[in-house]
Design a protein around this ligand. Structure first.
Ligand SMILES: Nc1ncnc2c1ncn2[C@@H]1O[C@H](COP(=O)(O)OP(=O)(O)O)[C@@H](O)[C@H]1O
Ligand SMILES: [Mg+2]
Length: 292
């Protein structure tokens, strides 16, 4: 089996170098005896996947991508452009969609993650919102996001819904969320029941990010938003779910319940586009990828 190669975004200003944000990962790949190849992320997002992979040698790889998030259609474009060069991605477009977008992973993680309902498309009408709220029990607090991201930094305005039964207030938060996401709205609108998680002294949810390669937790650390936190999550409930999802490289963000025992899955992500917390030793992750 050929050794996997890591595909990293190039520096938009100096295309022969890795993007400054990923330079340390590039260095680590080399230190571990691995190889990386560069990809033009801007060209990929602009819809020119062929130009995006121009630096990739023919019949090379197989590849793991490590970089900025890309929408599912752009990832499919990347896969096709690589195939045309005789190369393969180790995560297929279908597997990428399953891990990256909530409707892909939710059916497997249902029960271990806050109950969720989604409405495909852009801004939903009132009837669709009412129906989605009804599927969550029709009352109580909730959070709003799209298939991939929330606007957690605009919590009161575009994320948190104090009471689902207050349809005008729900509609206001969803409208604001859709407007702020603009062209970056991914897939559709998701409503999730709000749950109480353990918070730190600054009132922020303490989240652990677990990196899974072929069903094994190869790196456990804090969420990149609070890289100083120490976390020691119990993985017994989530491990079989990760295996059931069947994606080779994913992350799970876990938070401890404030109102009962155990850890809840806040979200699942494709490991290729999940952020690493600043200062973590990523060697166990990258060596697992190079050995996979
Ligand atoms: N169902 C929920 N109940 C309570 N808090 C939540 C819930 N979902 C998300 N949050 C809070 O909002 C933050 C952002 O949500 P998340 O789903 O991780 O979106 P993003 O993709 O933007 O990180 C989480 O880190 C958590 O603190
Ligand atoms: Mg998150």
């Amino acid at each position: 089996m050929p050794v996997p190669v890591i595909l990293l975004p190039s520096d938009p200003l100096t295309p022969r170098r890795p993007d400054p944000h990923f330079v340390w990962e590039a260095r680590l790949v080399r230190e571990l005896g691995g190889e990386y190849v560069l990809l033009d992320h801007d060209a990929l997002l602009a819809g020119d996947a062929v130009a995006a992979v121009r630096q990739v040698p023919e019949a090379y790889g197989p590849f793991w991508y490590r970089g900025w998030m890309v929408p599912v259609p752009a990832y499919a474009g990347l896969a096709a452009a690589l195939t045309a060069r005789g190369c393969t991605l180790l995560t297929s477009p279908a597997a990428y969609a399953d891990a990256h977008e909530l409707p892909g992973w939710y059916p497997v993680f249902e029960g271990a993650t806050p109950p969720s309902a989604w409405i495909p498309g852009g801004e939903p009408d009132l009837a669709a919102l009412l129906e989605a709220a009804r599927r969550l029990g029709g009352r109580g607090p909730a959070v709003v996001k799209d298939y991939v991201k929330s606007r957690k930094h605009e919590w009161d305005e575009a994320c948190y819904v104090p009471e689902l039964a207050d349809l005008p207030a729900l509609s206001r938060v969803v409208s604001r969320f859709v407007a702020l996401q603009g062209e970056f709205l991914a897939g559709g609108v998701v409503l999730r029941r709000y749950e109480e998680f353990t918070k730190d002294a600054d009132g922020r949810t303490v989240e652990a990010r677990i990196w899974w390669v072929d069903g094994e937790p190869v790196l456990v650390g804090p969420h990149p938003d609070h890289p100083q936190a120490t976390v020691d999550p119990d993985l017994s409930e989530v491990r079989p779910l990760v295996r059931a999802l069947g994606c080779r490289f994913i992350t799970t963000d876990l938070a401890r319940r404030a109102d009962g025992p155990g850890w809840r899955v806040i979200e699942v992500g494709d490991g290729q586009v999940s952020g690493l917390p600043h200062g973590i030793d990523a060697a166990p992750l990258l060596s697992s990828l190079l050995a996979a």
